[in-house]
Design a protein around this ligand. Structure first.
Ligand SMILES: NC(=O)c1ccc[n+]([C@@H]2O[C@H](COP(=O)([O-])OP(=O)(O)OC[C@H]3O[C@@H](n4cnc5c(N)ncnc54)[C@H](O)[C@@H]3O)[C@@H](O)[C@H]2O)c1
Ligand SMILES: O=P(O)(O)OC[C@H](O)CO
Length: 334
């Protein structure tokens, strides 16, 4: 296997888990994080106690607060910050990006304020020649860090770059499929977070399995409608980056977005719930951006709209369910 020197920007749970996996695959991996105290703690502990407690770092993985050192030492750069930090991280690492290195990321979300997909942001910032790739799909960080079987999608702007990232990732209980559909892989990874909040709310209210299945399925219909407007392939949305991640996040209690829904159903405020979770909960920003896109493209997204209303307009979770149930009769495939 072609072993690479990889720099990962963002040493939260997902950046660290991907770093662990890639170093087990034989790559030399350097993590960087903006939080210097966090970096110092990881260096002292030999593991990421804050986000992945109890899982020791393998050989060939270390962490550094010096961005220049990490970027200079790396052949490939992978951004794994929350979506709100994507653009500033891109700007920081721009001096070390080239057509040979390309750029990859595993962030899920939109650019806050514009609702642009991250590949659109990267394309505008870096031009058309630099290869881009993103990693998406059903992948809880803790399970990847533990080496449990996982399958993801790598979407890339060129077949060579997609195949290269898939090969660097693939192996050691980790399958990577590749596709050219960047909008599909990005939309699936972003929108599923909002739908997971809806499922968390429904489960927290004790509404049962029928409701959960209905939310997942009709949530997929929302994804498909917006996907059609943005040029995503339905095949991607029924693959790992769509249905796969939707099912995982809507049903798995490791999901921070699902746990936000459970906390809201208990009557906790958004601020308290997010603070208690203590990690990024992408649905909060994504709900806002998804509604912006729905309005811009005249796409009906009633579940997303209810989640938005509950998060930002003070709508009650139980009323949200009633509104969805009382919508007018329509064809399932509309
Ligand atoms: N955790 C998972 O299971 C998982 C899986 C797949 C995708 N993702 C996605 O990966 C992204 C990162 O999530 P996470 O779970 O690692 O979050 P996290 O909350 O575990 O950690 C976030 C990390 O980002 C760092 N950070 C914050 N602002 C930064 C900035 N301006 N510059 C650089 N670093 C900054 C923080 O210091 C922290 O270390 C999200 O978009 C998430 O949806 C997460
Ligand atoms: O914990 P969540 O809800 O951010 O989900 C993590 C991953 O995106 C699951 O694929």
């Amino acid at each position: 296997m072609d072993s690479r020197r990889i720099g990962i920007l963002g040493a939260g749970s997902w950046g660290t888990a991907l770093g662990m996996h890639l170093s087990r695959r034989g790559h030399r991996v350097r993590l960087w994080d903006i939080d210097e105290k966090h970096v110092a703690a990881v260096q002292a502990d030999g593991c990421n106690e804050r986000f992945l407690p109890g899982i020791e770092f393998p050989d060939r993985l270390d962490i550094n607060a010096d961005l220049e050192q990490v970027c200079q030492a790396s052949q490939q750069l992978l951004i794994v910050t929350p979506s709100h930090a994507f653009v500033e991280t891109l700007d920081r690492i721009r001096p070390w990006l080239s057509v040979e290195s390309g750029l990859a990321w595993a962030t899920k979300g939109f650019e806050p304020g514009s609702a642009r997909l991250l590949h659109e942001v990267a394309r505008e910032a870096l031009g058309n020649d630099l290869p881009l790739a993103l990693i998406s799909g059903p992948s809880f960080a803790r399970e990847v860090a533990q080496g449990l079987p996982t399958a993801v999608t790598v979407a890339a702007s060129t077949p060579d770059f997609g195949a290269a990232w898939a090969e660097w990732l693939h192996g050691d209980n980790f399958r990577a499929y590749y596709t050219a559909d960047l909008p599909g892989a990005e939309l699936g990874g972003a929108l599923k977070n909002v739908l997971a909040v809806a499922c968390g709310i429904a489960d927290g209210l004790g509404l049962g399995g029928n409701t959960r299945a209905a939310l997942i399925t009709r949530g997929l219909a929302e994804m498909m409608r917006l996907g059609r407007a943005l040029g995503a392939s339905p095949l991607t949305l029924t693959g790992l980056a769509g249905v796969g991640d939707l099912v995982l996040t809507c049903t798995g209690d490791l999901s921070r977005n699902r746990r936000l829904g459970l906390a809201l159903a208990e009557g906790k405020s958004l601020e308290t719930a997010v603070e208690e979770i203590g990690q990024v909960v992408e649905a909060v920003r994504t709900a806002e951006e998804a509604m912006r896109l729905a309005r811009r493209h005249h796409v009906e997204m009633p579940i997303t709209e209810q989640v938005y209303g509950i998060l930002f307009e003070g709508w009650s979770p139980s009323k949200g369910v009633r509104v969805l149930m009382e919508r007018e009769l329509k064809s399932e495939t509309e």
